[in-house]
Ligand binder design. Structure first.
Ligand code: 13P
Length: 339
């Protein structure tokens, strides 16, 4: 096994998953606005330190995705964040895309930017301690979306990013996110997700990316958040597995789902339902942002005296998702031992 595959497999070790703490400046501002906290560099640092320093989280968290600012920051005692994570056996990673921008001549679709100069940036991030990277493409669903144009241009960019990562010795997390906003059905979500995955694996193969040294970070197949009759956990699990079994090569070590706009408990229940139907060709894990952080962010509220309560909330969600990795989660666990 080469080192890329070893890192990819360590990120989906049994009972563990990834914390996405790579919110861009704009996104973290939105999160802080929701709790009435100003998004200053120091507040962002203090909040990330709270998460990274949570004692015992390493039992459920294999890796953390950082943002450019965060990978350069340190804990209060001067320990650089990548070092702090490594000291707990958590693998540091880095978001390297520069965001989804309007796709030229399209009808409101997006293309993710960030390829120019990426080779040099990857070398720097590796020096700073990163061992894996993330690039997110987004697609929306409606009658004529995602278009073939959007599907293939984003697949091409994802594969260029992934090839550069492997050349630099970083595991690429390939994140094609079909947004689940709207009123679409489970079938429409499945169809769009399948088309996107098909294009992504075609481009990854054509651009010589070794699937064994990658992870996939996709959406789950869901009914639209505003759909009238939304599918329950069993249906979501069945539809997601059906779609991924058709489109994701077995050589991929793991699928680490994003949470999207799901509630934290739904994200856990859905992952659990899928793992309860295992074994599968790949590990099924999480790389959640909101679904791991929402209760912690709320409990913190920007106040130093709330750090411990926030850490307990984060630890609890990490533990619940750790249980969902093996299909051992039950909703009753939500109330047991949170205090
Ligand atoms: P969410 O789990 O909040 O969707 O965030 C995951 C992520 O990294 C999106 O790029």
């Amino acid at each position: 096994m080469n080192s890329l595959e070893e890192t990819a497999r360590a990120l989906v070790a049994e009972g563990k998953g990834i914390l996405a703490a790579d919110e861009s400046d704009g996104t973290i501002k939105k999160r802080f606005d929701s709790i009435g906290v100003e998004s200053t560099e120091e507040n962002r640092r203090a909040y990330r330190e709270l998460l990274f320093a949570t004692s015992g989280a390493e039992d459920y968290i294999s890796g953390v995705i950082l943002f450019d600012e965060t990978i350069r920051q340190s804990a209060e005692d001067g320990t650089p964040f990548p070092k702090l994570l490594e000291s707990k056996g958590i693998i540091p990673g880095i978001k390297v895309d520069k965001g989804a921008k309007p796709l030229a001549l399209s009808d409101g679709e997006t293309i993710t930017e960030g390829l120019d100069g990426l080779r040099a940036r990857l070398d720097e991030y590796r020096e700073l301690g990163a061992r894996f990277a993330k690039w997110r493409a987004t697609y929306s669903i409606d009658a004529d979306k995602p278009s073939e144009y959007c599907v293939w241009t984003n697949a091409h960019a994802l594969a260029r990013y992934a090839a550069l990562c492997q050349e630099a010795g970083l595991v690429p997390i390939v994140e094609p996110e079909v947004l689940q906003d709207g009123t679409h059905t489970l079938e429409q979500s499945s169809k769009a997700t399948g088309r996107v995955l098909q294009a992504v694996y075609t481009e990854l193969h054509d651009q010589r990316v070794d699937y064994r040294g990658t992870l996939l970070k996709p959406n789950m197949v869901l009914s639209g958040y505003d759909a009238a009759d939304r599918a329950g956990a069993e249906e979501v699990a069945g539809a997601t597995l059906e779609c991924f079994n058709k489109h994701v090569p077995a050589a991929v070590p793991g699928i680490v789902f994003l949470s999207g706009g799901q509630s934290d408990e739904d994200a856990t229940a859905h992952l659990n339902a899928m793992n309860a139907l295992g074994p599968h060709p790949w590990e099924l894990s999480f790389s959640y942002g909101r679904a791991l952080q929402a209760p912690a962010l709320k409990a913190w509220g920007g106040k130093p005296e709330n750090v411990e309560a926030a850490q307990r909330a984060y630890y609890h969600r990490a533990k619940m998702n750790g249980a969902a990795r093996t299909g051992m989660y039950a909703p009753e666990m939500e109330t047991a031992g949170v205090a």
